[in-house]
Design a protein around this ligand. Structure first.
Ligand SMILES: C[S@@+](CC[C@H](N)C(=O)[O-])C[C@H]1O[C@@H](n2cnc3c(N)ncnc32)[C@H](O)[C@@H]1O
Length: 327
């Protein structure tokens, strides 16, 4: 698989324009094939900021890191690539800053959530219902829970709850029932295609089949990788790493992710106006952040035509407020 085909980054120009505004430390918490990181490093070089900047790239996937190392080889002196989970963004960031004797103040952070095209296209990793592979779905091969374990050991009720909660799948119960019946008849569901066939047989017809397949596979992937839990943690950790006026951009691809991002940012942006009726002209304590994008930004029709993955992308950007309080 060539570097170029690893993954087409989404909303690259927008991410660079929002984030790259001065020299400093940048964190790409979802390095993937390094597409966004490369664009940010190139922009830093063009602006004459590169010598005073460092990009810390994090990914939990060994394949992604291997590809990114190659892609960013021209920027080896300005980047540090780390295997890790972005839920540990703050710890990783502080450790790298300590090792490099840098003040732990980030000026730009990116999280481009979900899986890369490379992960989806690698059949044996089991992310795709279109390819024949093991029911694995782990982004980090060092973890233990696999999709196969869930599908083959969870009770019907737990499976139904999972498909409903993380897939928002209306036919969650009948799919769970079919899986358990299949297990009883055949011992286990042994791969992506056996699972896909079961889901197809229990979905409504037409286009709905594809939607149901996507939702069931999405639910399993989210559970295997603890995606929503780690995202909530990373929302706090990321903002903690930022310097005053530093920015964080998050690209999400489905409503469950976007809801977490939107809520976390909205809460951090809230001002404290003190007791009601006091009528202050300025808040007692300003929020930690300012929303730069009040509504999430979507890809242009041109980008969607070139890269179908960008169709569902939503970009939200915030800026950390310098610490200020009237108290
Ligand atoms: C959509 S891709 C990022 C693509 C990247 N922006 C690029 O330009 O190539 C998401 C990447 O984030 C990684 N990832 C997802 N969740 C993660 C987590 N909790 N911690 C670290 N990496 C994660 C995945 O392994 C995948 O490589």
């Amino acid at each position: 698989m060539g570097q170029e085909r690893f993954h087409h980054p989404v909303l690259v120009a927008e991410v660079v324009a929002f984030l790259v505004r001065r020299p400093g430390i940048y964190i790409d918490g979802t390095l993937g094939g390094g597409g966004h990181s490369l664009a940010m490093l190139q922009a830093l070089r063009e602006a004459g900021y590169l010598e005073r900047s460092l990009l810390i790239g994090i990914d939990q996937d060994d394949d992604a890191l291997r590809h990114a190392v190659g892609k960013l080889s021209g920027f080896a002196a300005s980047s540090v690539l780390v295997k890790g989970n972005f839920q540990d963004i703050e710890v990783i960031f502080r450790r790298v800053c300590h090792e490099k004797s840098l003040e732990p103040n980030a000026v730009g952070i990116l999280l481009d959530l979900g899986v890369s095209s490379f992960q989806i296209d690698t059949a044996e990793r089991g992310f795709s219902y279109l390819r024949d592979g093991a029911l694995d779905m782990r982004m980090d091969g060092d973890t233990t829970l696999t999709a196969g374990e869930i599908v083959n050991t969870w009770e019907e009720r737990e499976l139904a709850r999972l498909f409903y909660r993380y897939g928002e799948e209306p036919r969650s119960r009948s799919i769970a029932r079919a899986i358990v019946a299949y297990r009883q008849a055949h011992g286990s569901v042994s791969g992506t295609q056996e699972l896909a066939a079961l889901v197809r047989a229990n979905a409504h017809g037409g286009e709905k089949v594809i939607k149901t397949l996507s939702r069931v596979f999405q639910a399993l992937r989210i559970e295997v990788n603890g995606e929503l839990d780690v995202l909530s943690v990373a929302m706090d950790g990321g903002v903690n790493c930022l310097n005053g006026h530093g920015r964080m951009a998050v690209i999400s691809y489905h409503s469950l992710e976007d809801r977490i991002v939107k809520k976390a940012f909205a809460e951090k942006a809230k001002n404290d106006w003190g007791p009601k009726g006091v009528g202050l002209r300025e808040p007692l304590v300003t929020g930690d952040i300012t929303l730069i994008t009040r509504k999430p930004l979507a890809a242009t029709p041109e980008e969607i035509a070139l890269n179908s993955r960008s169709r569902s992308a939503k970009l939200r950007v915030i800026e950390k407020n310098p610490q200020r309080s009237l108290l």
